[in-house]
Design a protein around this ligand. Structure first.
Ligand SMILES: [Zn+2]
Length: 354
């Protein structure tokens, strides 16, 4: 392991080995044993390294490769999994359902196994993961207050859901965040940030983005990305960790989730399927291309910070704009004038803190 600890006082890093136990990150540096509670742990992914810091750790910083970090989480996850087998039947059952494909991870590797794993993840398990995830994200991204706009978004989600074979209840909602993006969570929730709503210029653009996310849910890309990026240990831990560990694991999960990425193939599939869903409803699918063209333009201008997230999570925007334009068809707007106005107003400027 190539873990490096910077104590914040001297510039020389200490080489460290890291483990997780009893709800804390443990390592020894310069003769001192450190135990950082997972509750206060911050996880940032910087390229192929992960930087960890902690409220209790003062100025200390710990960095290690993503592979090592995954191994630390994985080792921890396997221990929890072993404990889990002795627990409630319900949990053991969920594990048994994914147990078959677990072997595939060992032999084939997580990226290759993530597709089958996602398809075999029991919907109930995915819902549980989504609930934990949403609770964690909710701490940082508050749901917008505009009831009428939220209702219009939710209605549209259900309209598309009816066209899919998904076992999940699609729930679209607007949230406040410092970046422009839309994201699907495990279990069918779709979050659209206030900055994304502001970025879209027409109902066609917004409906295209949401349809794309609905397609991610339907094709179970969300779970696929979770399995691939976060690793089985962490996911199992989140669900099986139960009682004491669940909250802490969710913190880790939220931290690692900033690293969540769909494969290029999954993105192309969601683009195509999203447009198909719109067309099946007689709605315009002409919003995707201009949306991606403008994202690509933002890319060229080194993207203002609220947009950077969107640009980085949608690579190949120009190529996707061309493909989308080639398949676009005219149709009705997903939101009428009144619904569109209410969505635009769903996230009013934050009031002064009281
Ligand atoms: Zn996508």
């Amino acid at each position: 392991m190539d873990g490096a600890f910077f104590d914040g006082r001297t510039s020389r890093p200490h080489q460290v080995d890291v483990a997780i136990s009893e709800g804390a990150l443990l390592f020894e540096a310069g003769g001192t044993r450190h135990a950082w509670p997972l509750e206060g742990l911050r996880v940032e992914v910087l390229g192929d390294r992960v930087r960890l810091s902690c409220d209790a750790g003062a100025d200390g910083r710990l960095t290690l490769s993503r592979a090592d970090w995954r191994a630390v989480l994985g080792r921890h996850g396997r221990r929890v999994e072993a404990r889990g087998r002795r627990r409630e039947g319900r949990v053991v059952l969920s594990l048994a359902a994914v147990g078959l494909t677990m072997a595939a991870i060992v032999f084939v590797g997580l990226p290759a196994a993530s597709g089958p794993l996602a398809r075999h993840t029991p919907p109930d398990l995915e819902r549980q993961i989504g609930d934990s995830f949403d609770a964690q994200l909710g701490l940082g991204m508050k749901t917008c207050s505009g009831g009428e706009g939220q209702a219009a978004l939710a209605r549209f989600g259900h309209q598309l859901q009816a066209r899919t074979g998904t076992p999940f209840d699609i729930r679209v909602r607007a949230v406040r965040a410092p970046f422009a993006n839309a994201m699907a969570l495990p279990g069918g929730r779709i979050l659209v940030t206030d900055k994304l709503i502001a970025f879209t210029r027409t109902p066609d653009e917004l409906s295209a983005v949401i349809a794309h996310e609905v397609a991610h849910v339907e094709r179970r890309h969300v779970m696929q990305a979770m399995w691939r990026s976060l690793g089985a240990g962490l996911l199992l831990d989140l669900v099986v960790g139960g009682g004491s560990g669940a909250g802490q694991q969710a913190v880790l999960l939220a931290g690692s989730a900033s690293d969540l990425r769909y494969s290029r193939r999954a993105e192309a599939e969601a683009d195509a399927r999203g447009m198909e869903l719109l067309q099946a409803e007689g709605l315009s699918s002409q919003g995707m291309a201009p949306f991606f063209r403008r994202v690509a333009a933002g890319d060229g201008e080194k993207a203002a910070s609220p947009l950077r997230e969107l640009v980085s999570s949608h690579p190949d925007s120009l190529r996707r704009a061309q493909v989308s334009a080639a398949h676009a068809r005219p149709g009705a707007a997903a939101f009428d004038t009144q619904a569109w106005a209410s969505i635009r107003a769903a996230c009013p400027p934050a009031r002064a803190p009281h």
